[in-house]
Design a protein around this ligand. Structure first.
Ligand code: FMN
Length: 223
């Protein structure tokens, strides 16, 4: 595919990428880069755990925008009503709730390398961090690419949470079999970033039926 075709495909489309505390967080930068290569606008929200795996600065650099990591600080590093901190590049919203700016902005939500914890909190409708509060306030379609050890993926709790999310319309991409953080070769590895972005692009563009090959189900772990 030529670069020109890619740019036309997602030109100006607004994708909100969620990063959580899985080892696959290190690949979230590649997801952002691939989305931008296709012309998409990207913003990133991260859980606190995710910042242990990849820095907000790296994702700011790749997405081209300040990253939201803290419900109680805006993207300029200020607490609502507090004193100015580090500079940022986002317009002032006035209400001090950056998660609402993001949730209203997004055309697509993409949790790339979703941890078991994030999947559980999304299913339960919690809103206790920058990612889940944004997601609960957001009505854009949600794509989830899980990444975790096989036992976590196959756990009845995760199976139920995934079923709940799919029942609400979330699209699961992967996981796939491959090398896990533990070093084992097994189910639970995040799907390839290019495949995740391809499916996100199909959803956004309404370019046809979703491919069935990598669409995850709770049973994919081979219970
Ligand atoms: C080195 C390391 C790797 C981890 N990898 C994963 C992972 O791939 N998937 C996962 O669900 N949890 C993983 N965890 C556990 C999560 O980081 C932990 O459950 C965390 O609380 C998730 O937070 P979050 O869901 O708010 O991002 C890992 C933990 C460590 C220390």
């Amino acid at each position: 595919m030529s670069g020109g075709e890619q740019v036309e495909e997602l030109q100006g489309r607004r994708v909100l990428v969620y990063v959580s505390g899985s080892i696959a967080a290190v690949k979230s930068g590649e997801v952002v880069t691939l989305l931008r290569r296709r012309g998409a606008e990207t913003r990133v929200a991260m859980t606190e755990s995710a910042t242990r795996f990849i820095t907000p600065l790296a994702l700011q650099s790749l997405s081209g925008h300040a990253v939201v990591t803290d419900l109680f600080r805006d993207t300029r590093g200020r607490r609502p009503g507090g004193r100015p901190g580090a500079g940022g590049d986002e317009p002032e919203s006035g209400h001090g709730m950056e998660h609402l700016n993001l949730s209203g902005w997004a055309e697509l939500q993409l949790a790339a390398g979703a941890s078991a914890g994030l999947i559980a909190r999304l299913a339960l409708g919690l809103a206790d961090d920058a990612v889940t509060a944004t997601a609960l306030a957001c009505r854009a379609p949600l794509v989830i690419a899980p990444a975790m050890e096989t036992a976590m993926w196959e756990h009845a709790a995760t199976v139920e949470h995934v079923e709940t999310l799919r029942g609400r319309g979330a699209v699961l991409v992967g996981p796939v079999s491959g090398r896990l953080a533990s070093g084992r070769e097994a189910m639970g590895r995040m799907a390839d970033p290019a495949e995740i972005v391809r499916i996100a692009a199909e959803l956004l563009g309404g370019l046809g039926q979703l491919p069935s090959g990598l669409l995850g189900t709770p049973d994919a772990g081979g219970r």
